[in-house]
Design a protein around this ligand. Structure first.
Ligand code: ADP
Ligand SMILES: N[C@@H](CCOP(=O)(O)O)C(=O)O
Length: 317
């Protein structure tokens, strides 16, 4: 994350006392991430992650996000369980904001994923899709094409140009493109933000999928295209073909894509690229100067849009 909110030692101890997890031993703010405040909590019994929900999260969505974690974890997916408080509540209010305690999972996020790691992630993503289909709650995607266009409008040409002078022109064709309808594609409850920093791994084994706060009911192909756009490019922007094909093979080892999904992947990936340009631009213009957070560059995804536009579906064959 980031740590947007300061919680003192007494506040944390009082908060942790509402859970049957032992006594607080230590609490450290976690610097990774951009959306919420997170602390690594150590108690006399175990380790946990305490999350305070800061941005883009509606209180009404928390039962969906936290319930999905419990549903997937119960089905054997490598997902942290929600720790419920002594009254059975999955989240509590603290200093006017919602907080939840979740299970700590071991592992580290890959910074330069190997093909074998991508294959494992692809397979676990397909397993998550299969396991999430009978989750009984639903949530609409709030980062769809129309939502992105509205946010970009709010950022304004000047705002976008202040991030990089080339950004407005680079995304103009993406903004003009017609939205594709994903409603007829096979659906599940999807992660929708499965970047390497939201996956914990030990070697090639996936030990944790975390940060489900963009999860929604939507097309499984959207999740696969998002994971592809997030995992398969080098720091210099070059496409890593061996990582891309391993991700696809891993996914299809657990769930075969339907031809109509495969045919649309490049178009969906372009929509995904615009979605991350949008949220990154919004965050860039919005982040408080004193927040302990590293801003993410919208230009990376403007370039990925160009890549998918240029290469089309040949990327996914
Ligand atoms: N269940 C977990 N187990 C272990 N570490 C976690 C867990 N959840 C979060 N983290 C750590 O906290 C960091 C930020 O969490 P994340 O949910 O990605 O925050 P944000 O929503 O702000 O992006 C992760 O990069 C990881 O290091
Ligand atoms: N994965 C997104 C950023 C979303 O933030 P997260 O810290 O909640 O994963 C991006 O890379 O733009």
């Amino acid at each position: 994350m980031a740590v947007y909110t300061h919680l003192g030692a007494e506040d944390l101890a009082e908060l942790i006392a509402h859970y049957d997890v032992g006594d607080l031993v230590s609490a450290k703010g976690i610097a990774e991430g951009v959306s919420n405040s997170n602390w690594l909590i150590e108690t006399t019994r175990s380790r946990y992650i305490l999350t305070m929900y800061e941005r883009r999260i509606e209180l009404g969505d928390l039962p969906y996000f936290l319930g999905l974690l419990d549903h997937l974890s119960a089905k054997g997916c490598p997902v942290p369980r929600t720790i419920h408080d002594r009254s059975g509540a999955a989240f509590r209010m603290e200093s006017g904001k919602a907080v939840a305690l979740i299970e700590f999972l071991p592992g580290v996020s890959p910074t330069h994923p190997t093909p074998d790691q991508a294959r494992s992630v692809g397979k676990v993503l397909a397993q998550l899709h299969i396991a999430s289909q009978d989750f009984t709650l639903n949530r609409a995607n709030t980062m769809g094409f129309a939502d992105n266009l509205a946010v970009l409008e709010q950022c304004g040409e000047g705002g976008l140009a202040s991030i990089h002078p080339d950004l407005p022109a680079m995304i103009a064709p993406a903004r003009a493109a017609a939205a594709i309808d994903l409603a007829d594609l096979p659906q599940a409850n999807i992660h929708a933000d499965l970047f390497p920093d939201n996956v914990l791994m030990l070697g090639d084994k996936v030990t944790g999928l975390i940060d489900f706060y963009f999860a929604c009911t939507g097309a499984m192909a959207l999740d696969l295209a998002t994971t592809h756009a997030a995992w398969c490019f080098a720091g210099d922007g070059g496409y890593r073909e061996n990582v891309g094909s391993a991700l696809m093979a891993g996914y299809e080892s657990a769930r075969q894509l339907e031809p109509r999904e495969r045919d649309l992947l490049a178009e969906i990936a372009k929509g995904v690229a615009l979605r991350f340009v949008t949220s990154r631009a919004e965050d860039w213009l919005d982040t408080p100067d004193d927040a302990l957070v590293t801003r993410k560059d919208p230009m990376q995804f403007a370039k990925r849009w160009q890549f998918y536009n240029q290469h089309g579906n040949s990327v996914f064959r």
